[in-house]
Ligand binder design. Sequence first.
Ligand code: SAM
Ligand code: SF4
Length: 342
Amino acid sequence: MTIEPRIETAAPAMIDPFGRAVTYLRVSVTDRCDFRCTYCMSEHMNFLPKQELLSLEELDRVCSAFIAKGVRKLRLTGGEPLVRRDMMTLVRALGRHLRAGALDELTLTTNGSQLARFAGELAEAGIRRINVSLDTLDPENFARITRWGKLAQVLEGIEAATRAGIKIKINTVALRGENEDEIPALIEWAHGAGHDITLIETMPMGDIDGDRTEQYLPLSLVRAKLSERWTLDDLPDRTGGPARYVRIRETRGRLGFITPLTHNFCESCNRVRLTCTGTLFMCLGQEDAADLRAPVRASASDELLNAAIDEAITRKPKGHDFIIDRRHKQPAVARHMSMTGG
Ligand code: SAM
Ligand code: SF4
């Protein structure tokens, strides 16, 4: 399969009604995954029929339209992006925007299971940094949390990516009673290997088999405990996203906290999210969305697509209002994180 290059360089900004420039697009390329993490999916998920998905060519077209409109950073996610068939075709095609200087960063969030196989090709396509999700270093706990995953495979993937020259950031979801006690060890391991690590609070998205209120561990508590052990120096680094960073003096590594439930980070939000069916979500925590698949399929020119994107940006809301409702135990947002990729 070949993807015809469309390169645009003159990039007018997309400005939302609150004056925020949208410069970051996250794209969930598939809702499928080779793991079934307990906080993310139920064990028996119904996945989308293939014909509903945007083809790789269509994904490339939509991403390129966003780049032409001023997106400078593009993250591919999922589900598990590296299980989508022929995924490297898309990655290589998008790499042309890096070479043309139209994109600053092309990156990926992955569970790491396929990294050993693809690390070299990812590096060749221009990917310099990736996020790898890893919640525990204990093989049995890893199998329990991911249901289907194998820790050794992920660790091999991380090593392969590092050898290929890709910088790794570890993402760890903090889970009460499940990996709570392992968090210091994970941090020591990550920093010892030269990786940044970010802790994430569970978000109430999509039905899962268990009870989310049982898994929810406020990062304020985690941070307080870590402060008893180490010296945490606040860093000014902001990415326009929800993470706040500290440097741990003793390990000399960077640690991030993503706390959507206990902090409001929406005022600096610079991102929108595209699902694999071409639905654009202007906010992770709201249901409002725009369909980009219909305009993509309606014509070969990008006029309708561009108009749909412009209209969607006028609807970007001020912020989200996630709560984990302890009485009703329903997710605040019905779609799973694997639809929008986090
Ligand atoms: N499969 C890839 C992975 O696991 O990295 C990419 C998609 S996954 C949905 C992206 C990130 O969202 C992962 O770091 C995962 O741990 C996180 N995640 C999934 N469900 C979540 C939830 N309900 N609350 C908080 N984070 C979640
Ligand atoms: Fe798959 Fe990532 Fe969700 Fe785990 S968190 S089930 S690896 S999409």
